[in-house]
Design a protein around this ligand. Structure first.
Ligand code: ZN
Length: 91
């Protein structure tokens, strides 16, 4: 059973790894967090999210202010009631 602690460790690992390769992108919304690429385990959908402000971008969207969705909005809009952070698979 994956926990939120597992998830947070994966995020930290992703940031360390991606930062090292120079590919880490900054969140355009809060300009503080890093963008993490992940997959919704249940659907295989690719997303990017900000580890700081919890904004989400579906992979087909431009990562900018106008396409950002709040995590809860994403869950509601896509019929993924009950989806939690720990169900995201970090790329
Ligand atoms: Zn952010």
């Amino acid at each position: 059973m994956r926990t939120i602690a597992d998830f947070q460790k994966e995020v930290a690992d992703y940031i360390a790894r991606t930062h090292q390769s120079g590919g880490l992108l900054e969140c355009p919304l809060c300009e503080q967090g890093a963008l993490i690429e992940a997959e919704v385990r249940a659907t295989g959908e690719q997303i990017s999210f900000c580890e700081e402000c919890d904004s989400i971008w579906p992979s087909e969207c431009l990562i900018d202010d106008s396409h950002a969705e709040a995590f809860q909005t994403f869950v509601d809009a896509h019929g993924k009631r009950g989806l939690t952070w720990s169900e995201l698979k970090i790329s």
